[in-house]
Ligand binder design. Sequence first.
Ligand code: 5GP
Length: 197
Amino acid sequence: MNERAEPPASSSSASPLIVIVSGPGGVGKGTIVDALLRRDSTLLLSRSWTTREQRPGEHDQAYVFTTREAFETHRENDGFLEWTEFLGNYYGTPVPDFSSTQDIVLEIEVDGAQQVKVRHPESVLLFILPPSRDEQRRRLIGRGDPDHKVLERLRKAEEEEPVGLALADYSFVNDDLDQTVDEMLVLINRLRADSRR
Ligand code: 5GP
């Protein structure tokens, strides 16, 4: 894990911790987040909205799958904490219930991560890097995307990495899933303890 020189100021104990997990496609964000939630059942995963089509085999609850019109209406009604257009589809995080005491996890790309950091500077951005481009390509292919989509996502990853690294409070190379998740949980617990001081 790499830590930025000046991590974010801790939030007050009354507000939930906002943990942003970001990184390019194929880096293993989804697997990491699933493992985080399994190991810490007090974390709440925000369910995003998207206009992307559901992939074959993808869980119905992976997103709120919606139309561009419904997304735009929700956006006009200030229903999103952040939103972006990523490779031709909209993605957005609905405004969370900040009155809840549960710490929130957002699994989003870098443009959205930047918006959340502007609105909530106390949020913590964990940026994940792939062990190598080859491994990232293998993971993207394994997800069942067609070849042109894999290439598009790899190209997008080249753009996202420097931006994400510049914004990140902490960065991780996802070489070993268990180790990455262990490090994240230690960090989250440390941040919780700091916010209670
Ligand atoms: P995918 O189509 O592979 O599910 O997601 C494409 C990218 O959009 C991924 O980097 C994913 O983390 C990101 N993403 C998913 N939900 C959101 C969201 O609500 N907001 C933003 N900004 N990005 C999202």
